[in-house]
Every structure is written in C-alpha cells, then in structure tokens.
Design a protein around this ligand. Structure first.
Ligand code: ATP
Length: 513
C-alpha cells in the first residue's frame, strides 16, 4: 500500500468511525473546515488534557488563561498581522482557480525530486547489490542536471519570498512552465498579496460599524494579558502563560485533510524570561517539547527538528518539530524565540507600560519570550496516522486497529456481556458503574464477541472486558488487550486498578524530561 492509499484509507476510516466529518456535509461540505464526531472529540479533548496538564501542572511557574477570540483591532496592527500576515496568490485566468504562488513552485520542486528519485530507483535495479547511491547522485549527468535546475529555482524562490518580490515569483512560475492542474494552461494573473485574517463587523451600523478580525493565533491574547496575570498571580520571571483556543486563517491552499484548516485550534505557551537568557530557555523548551511528543511512543525517528534559516524580523531563533505524516515530514509545532517584540509593540500601540520589575536585579524591563505553538488538529492527525494499522491475523482474518496510546484513546474500556441474558448484562452495567466516574466506558451487547472486538479495535479502545457465565460463579471476567489481543481472567474487584494503571496520563507524564 502506498502512503497515498494509506492516507485515503485513514480519511475514510476517520469518517466511518465518527472521528472527523466534513463540515456541513449535507450541503456538500465547506472547503478546509471539519467537524469532530463522537470519537474525534474525545481524542481531541484527551490530547488537550495531556498538553494542558503537562504545562500547567508539571510546571509550578506556568498558568493558563482563556482569552476571547475577538480582540481590539489595534492588537493586530501592533502584532504586524494587518500589514504582513500575507500569502502570495496567483489566479489562472481560464480555470478561475486561485493558488499560492510559493506552493505552485514547491510542488514543481517536489516533482523534480520525484524525477531524481525515479532515476535513482532505475539505477538501483540495474546495478543491484553493488549500487552506490551517493556516488550515482554525484556523477550521473541526468540527475546532476535535474538537481542543478531544482536548486537554482529553490534559491530564486527563497530570495523572492525574502525580498517580497512578487514579479519574480510570477517569473519563476513562467520559467518553470507551470500549468494550472485544472485548465492545463499557463494563463496566469499577476501575483498579489492576500491577507489571511478573516474580517467581520462588530456593533450595529448605526453606532459606526467597526472592522474586527477573527484571531489568526491565540498568542496575542496572552501578550495583552501579560501584566494582568503577572500581577494578580504574583508571578515571578521566568514564568509562562498557556492557552488553548480556536484560531482562523483564510488559507488559500487548503488540502491534506485536517493538516491545513481555515478554522483550527492551537495550544500555545508564552514563556517570559530575562533578556539575555532567552537562548538557554529556547534550548530547554526544544528538549521539553520533543520529549512530550516522543512520550507517545510512535518512534523517535518519526520526529525531527527543522531549524529556520530565515528568521522573522522579531525572532532570534526558531525551529519546527516535524512529524512524518503519510505525506512526508511536516510541521506540527513551532518553537520561537520572539525577543521582546510583541510586548514592546503593544507598549508602543497602547501607550501602557508592559514592563516587569525584577526584585532580584532591582531593574525594570520588557521580558523576552519563548513561544511553543502547536496545532491540536495536527496532533489529532499525527496520532491517527501513527495509530492506523491493518493487520493480518494468524487465523487469516484481517483487522484494522488504531494503536492510540491508551491514555489518550477516546474510549478506555468496553464492557461486553457474552450474551444478552442470564444476568450477564446486569453485571456488565455494575462494572460500568464502578468505572464511569473515572473513565470513558462503552457498553456493547450487539453481534458476536469477535465482531464487537473488531469494532473496539477500529476506534482504538485499549481494553475490552467480557462478562461470561463463569462470572456468575466466581465474579471474574476476561480482560482483552487491544494491541496484543492477549486475554486473561481477573477478579471484577481488581478492574479499577488494572484500568487505571493502563490508561492513566501518569504513564505519559513519567516519561517527560
Ligand atoms: P504552516 O507553515 O504549516 O502554515 P505556520 O508556520 O504558519 O504553519 P504557526 O503560525 O507557527 O504555523 O502556527 C503554529 C501551529 O499551529 C503550527 O505548527 C500548526 O500545528 C498549527 N497551524 C497553523 N496553521 C494551521 C492550519 N491552517 N490548520 C491547522 N493547524 C495549523
């Protein structure tokens, strides 16, 4: 199965089992907007809890807030979003389709990489055992030619983006002879800047309608509340403020399922430090955040850092944590050393002091900030794509199993009476009553026990508890484990502690640095 097929299956599976639905589907959906179903919302909430607790409970000096989505419009002037939160877009005059100019070029670059990859594979087959890939790449004239052209275009694109040179971006598209995938023509408009913020009006027109924005990131809600939290919480630097909330971006190219959405959720933490100490903290947060991802157990080689060569004007270090999705390594989280840019800008635009008096040094200063910013939806996609497995069993049957880490699985335990009579459902209900205040538990009595196991595997339930006739005699039940499919008999009285040991978030927290 190719990665593309795997991804298609994953999308279909997410819908079939109630994880993710296209938004307003009965009206044919809304591009790049999705709804979470009954399983998806549980998974999402568990991911949020894993993040929230790891920030606010495991760190004495981090507290949370929940700021409004609407903010005073000046916020976005101060932050630079009004003038600079843009993507370069281009239209095809024949298909009337709109594209991101840089994405068209990136797709072209990816095609060159594919061409090179094909040459390498052909040669590998031809040379067999003795094939030296590195040598081939360095010496084969066709590969060299493709590579040189690719590198030259990459360099031109990077420069054009850095210089904000829209004419050059268009020229690259023409030089590469990039055609619109829909119309097949190269009838392109000029490249224009397109602001990604959604606008709306606040207040009635009579009072003077005022344009405001749906926030494109949650971070600014933290910055404008910096002093409120610092003073009321008596916070001492270094300290952090965490927030989970919706953000909105009018993405031009929306694809790859929930990877790039127009309405999505972020988990952001701004950590305020003394000027000069920020790069040490940046290093520390890189390690802390990577260990949070790795604790999920999908394999360390699934993650990598991608340090930014080109830094935003306000940052003095930045990196992405990338995860290997079925469509390649892509960003799930950004870690940025944002200097004192945001607080200083708000100080300038609001006329209010955004300074901290440091009792240890006796000085007042605008703190520096390290930001960790992660998309909840990209985390959901990370978990689903790492967890989705098709297995052939020893008896020849196949099963689809979501190997979601137990502490964040949507349903923790399914309780299954073997038959719908003889008092077995009653005992099952009794077991559920003993677990449901602590865990999300499901009852299922329909179909054969095998089918019921398959259904639970498909939504990633780590434990199934089966009540049978022996239960009536000795009050024991069978516990079946999702991943190994091993079963063992235990006393009903032991269930709460068995479940707790298996599904507690504590097992993840214990692995964090
Ligand atoms: P990208 O380069 O992929 O557009 P970004 O660098 O603009 O992302 P940030 O502004 O750093 O992203 O946002 C922080 C995090 O928010 C990202 O790492 C990602 O997980 C998430 N995120 C950003 N944009 C989207 C989106 N359109 N849909 C879903 N998640 C998003």
């Amino acid at each position: 199965m190719t990665q593309e097929e795997l991804f298609k299956k994953l999308i279909a599976h997410s819908k079939e089992y109630g994880f993710i639905f296209p938004s307003s589907e009965i009206y044919d959906g809304l591009s790049a907007v999705y709804d979470y179903g009954q399983m998806g919302v549980e998974l999402k909430n568990n991911i949020k809890k894993y993040w929230w607790d790891s920030m606010t409970r495991l760190h004495e000096n981090i507290v949370g807030i929940d700021a409004a989505i609407f903010m005073h419009p000046k916020t976005w002037e101060a932050s630079g979003h009004v003038s600079a939160f843009n993507d370069p877009l281009i239209d095809n005059r024949d298909s009337k389709k709109r594209y991101r100019a840089d994405v068209l070029i990136e797709d072209w670059l990816a095609k060159q990489d594919e061409k090179i990859g094909k040459e390498v594979e052909k040669a590998r087959k031809r040379f067999g055992e003795s094939f030296d890939e590195q040598m081939f790449r360095q010496t084969n004239p066709r590969v060299q030619e493709h590579q040189a052209k690719r590198d030259q275009i990459h360099e031109r694109m990077t420069k054009a983006l850095n210089d904000n040179d829209l004419t050059e971006l268009r020229q690259i598209i023409l030089d590469c002879e990039i055609a619109c995938p829909i119309s097949g023509t190269r009838n392109w408009t000029e490249v224009r800047q397109f602001n990604l913020m959604f606008e709306t009006k606040i207040g009635s027109v009579a009072e003077g309608a005022n344009t405001i924005y749906l926030r494109p990131e949650t971070a600014q809600g933290i910055f404008v509340n910096f002093l409120n939290v610092q003073k009321t919480g008596r916070m001492k630097i270094p300290f952090g403020i965490a927030q989970i909330g919706k953000a909105f971006r009018n993405e031009i190219v929306a694809r790859q399922f929930i990877f790039r959405m127009r309405e999505f959720e972020q988990m952001e933490m701004q950590f305020f430090v003394r000027p000069g100490e920020e790069l040490n903290w940046f290093k520390q947060w890189k390690a802390t955040r990577m260990s949070w991802h790795r604790a999920l157990g999908f394999g360390d080689d699934k993650y990598r850092f991608h340090d930014h060569d080109k830094l935003a004007h306000y940052a003095n270090a930045a990196t992405d944590i990338e995860f290997e999705f079925p469509f390649g390594f892509k960003e799930v989280e950004g870690i940025h050393s944002r200097t004192d840019f945001d607080l200083s800008q708000h100080q300038k635009f609001s006329g209010r002091k955004m300074q901290y008096f440091d009792p240890e040094t006796g000085e007042s200063y605008v703190p520096y900030v390290i930001e960790t910013s992660i998309g909840v939806d990209r985390m959901v996609l990370q978990v689903l794509s790492a967890a989705f497995t098709e297995e052939k069993l020893e008896n020849g049957e196949e099963r689809v199993v979501l190997r979601i880490p137990a502490p964040i699985a949507p349903v923790k335990v399914a309780v299954l009476p073997l038959v719908k009579k003889d008092g077995l459902p009653e005992i099952a209900r009794e077991i559920i009553a003993s677990l449901k205040f602590d865990h999300n538990v499901q009852y299922d009595e329909k179909d054969s026990i095998g089918k019921r196991y398959r259904r639970q595997d498909a939504i990633g339930t780590p434990l199934c508890v089966t009540v049978d006739h022996q239960t009536l005699e000795d009050r024991t039940v069978t516990v079946r484990h999702r991943d190994t499919m091993e079963q063992h008999r235990v006393a009903i009285a032991e269930l709460p502690s068995i479940v707790e040991n298996e599904v507690s978030l504590r097992t993840l927290f214990a692995k964090l640095v």
